[in-house]
Design a protein around this ligand. Structure first.
Ligand code: SER
Length: 594
């Protein structure tokens, strides 16, 4: 079954069971400074999973593009990747375990409506129970009801069968909706493994003979800073199935890299690499890189930009020549854009920008690669200290494994544990730095951040009045200490323009305008002239926040998930603290409220 058909079947199955199809959100979370990338389909839905009403209703389904970096070391095996698409369905306080499990089973096994998988090859795991929540006997019973044999159902602890919420990387704590889950696994061996003892099942999982294909989370609690703080008034279902793995099963391939999802990129990497592992690493990383750049990420030394930089460099290091030629950068960008042109047309729309970002980074790496290699020339015999390996990493952008590989050729060992010690310290420093910047943490809804959010809407409109209607939001980042707003404009703002912008915003604050929200069909919303993000896709119903007495003639109208203050009077005094360029044609304003 082709990947397009898998996406279609998943969405159609849930659509015909009352779910609304919502679009994939960007890989870069909007207005959420504390998480680097969208890591699961539930991620953009966190506010709704915690109780806010979703404009599309209580049953949702979609295909979400995701980036997860925690498995980067595993990339190269059959199933791990850094970018993937997650098929998901959600109940926001609507159905719970019974329907979720029934539908998971039906979709996986039905030939007509679903994927026609062999029920005799399915295994499931359910939560074993601990001090937070009881053993999930109900889920076990429901699986038995579907015909899964008792000795194919395993109880597991919280490390495996509890969705831990979302990791706030700034505080390094789990935060958000959480609860037990039940996971579905599939036997991918040729002969079939049959019934397995719990222990044999774990071994088979480790050997990738059974692979996890779907996870149904039953969200019943909210976590803050790593602690469960309350039971949710309404219980939710959050499910996630990886498209790549489903494609691997349904196309009977031995790895995700042999599925149609990689069919345009593999011929290119095969030409440029000399091992299967490198092939897979380059294919995976380049695909992720293309998606990240399309969503506005550029290489840098911090946060998202650093992740992108590392992926590009690691991919280049795995090329035979350790050099990325312009025509190959082009081939990577266009092969990914071509494969995904139906589902993610934003890639094709930005393909030349993607190419040049990759090439520019490749050029930079070419320079530091030479310098770093020269440093390495000086070595002979013995052990390289962790500190030196770290300097190579921080100054010349050498990933550790690259240093290890080069030094090995010279008979030099690297103190890898020492490297990680320095690395941990570095992470700690940047974590502390980030903590200062992003005090509020995940989906910062402290009162101050909410104020900054409303101030951002006022600023957006004021900039359009002062500079012209070409001004549109390109990015927004809010903390409880300031707002940061990126927008399209070609020139540095003059002192007078800044002053006029401030005056307009402060005028609207003084007027004490109400901030209100209506839910309306997208076409209607478009007619109102409400502003929205150019790159973002929206569902059929949207929330429009407007600042003014009535929607018609309101000072500001924007598609937005909120939250906002009730009245602009709550904002205090608005002041622009900085105005600078981000890239050509994009300016950045920072501002504070006092
Ligand atoms: N949040 C769960 C996961 O990512 C289910 O969607 O696996």
């Amino acid at each position: 079954m082709h990947s397009d058909e898998i996406r279609k079947r998943f969405l159609r199955f849930f659509e015909s069971r009352g779910h609304r199809i919502i679009p994939s959100a960007s890989l870069v979370p909007v207005n959420d400074p504390s998480v680097l990338f969208t890591t699961a389909g539930m991620h953009p839905l966190v506010p709704y999973l915690l109780g806010r009403e979703h404009p599309e209703g209580r049953r949702l389904t979609n295909v979400q593009k995701c980036v997860r970096m925690q498995d980067i070391e595993e990339v190269g095996d059959a199933t791990h990747d850094t970018f993937f698409e997650m098929l998901g369905n959600w109940s926001l306080g609507d159905y719970f375990k019974k329907e979720a499990i029934e539908w998971s089973y039906q979709l996986l096994t039905s030939r007509e409506e679903g994927f026609g998988l062999d029920p005799e090859r399915l295994y499931v795991t359910v939560f074993a129970g601990d001090k937070n929540a009881p053993q999930d006997r109900e889920s076990k019973k429901l699986w038995l009801g579907q015909g899964i044999a008792e000795n194919r159902i395993y109880y597991r602890g919280a490390d495996a069968n509890w969705w831990p919420a979302v990791k706030d990387p700034v505080k390094d704590r789990w935060t958000g909706p959480t609860g037990p889950d039940t996971e579905m696994f599939y036997d991918v061996t040729a002969a079939g493994l049959g019934n397995l003892s719990h222990n044999d099942f774990m071994v088979a999982e480790k050997n990738q003979e059974v692979v996890e294909i779907w996870n149904d989370v039953f969200m019943a609690y909210e976590k803050k800073d790593g602690q469960i703080v309350r039971e949710l008034e309404s219980k939710n279902v959050d499910t996630g199935a990886g498209l790549e793995r489903l494609a691997m099963l349904l196309q009977k391939k031995d790895s995700i890299f042999e599925t149609d999802l990689f069919e345009t990129i593999m011929p290119i990497v095969e030409r440029l690499t000399d091992s299967t592992k490198s092939e897979r690493i380059v294919a995976d990383h380049m695909r992720t890189v293309v998606f990240m750049i399309a969503d506005g990420v550029v290489p840098s030394n911090t946060e998202r930009g650093y992740v992108l930089r590392r992926l590009i460099r690691r991919a280049i290091f795995h090329l035979k020549d350790k050099i990325l030629q312009p025509e190959d950068a082009k081939a990577f960008a266009s092969s990914v854009a071509l494969k995904y042109k139906e589902s993610y047309p934003e890639l094709a729309a930005r393909v030349s920008e993607i190419e040049s970002v990759i090439l520019e980074e490749a050029d930079k790496f070419k320079k530091t690669l030479g310098l770093g290699l020269r440093e390495l020339e000086k070595l002979s015999g013995g052990t390289m200290s962790g500190k030196d390996a770290f300097i190579l990493f921080s100054t010349y952008g050498f990933p550790l494994e690259m240093t290890v590989e080069i030094t090995r050729e010279r008979g030099v060992a690297v103190d890898e544990a020492g490297f990680y010690e320095h690395f941990a310290k570095h992470q700690e420093l940047s974590r502390v730095g980030a903590e200062k910047k992003f005090k509020g943490g995940l989906a910062d809804t402290t009162a101050m951040a909410v104020k900054y959010h409303t101030a951002t809407h006022l600023l957006h409109q004021a900039l359009r009045m002062v500079l012209g209607s070409h001004v549109l939001q390109r990015g927004s980042n809010i903390t409880s200490e300031r707002l940061r707003f990126d927008f399209t404009h070609g020139a540095k703002m003059t002192e007078d323009e800044k002053k006029r912008t401030e005056d307009i915003v402060n005028g609207k604050i003084r007027e004490g305008l109400p901030v209100q929200c209506v839910v309306m069909p997208r076409e209607k919303a478009e007619e109102t002239g409400a502003l929205h993000l150019f790159e973002e896709k929206y569902g059929d119903s949207v929330n429009v926040y407007y600042i003014g007495e009535k929607l018609e003639g309101a000072f500001s109208k924007e598609y937005c998930g909120g939250p906002h203050v009730n009245n602009t009077q709550e904002l205090g005094h608005f002041k622009i603290t900085k105005e600078e360029a981000v890239s050509s044609g994009v300016r950045r304003v920072k501002a504070v409220l006092s």
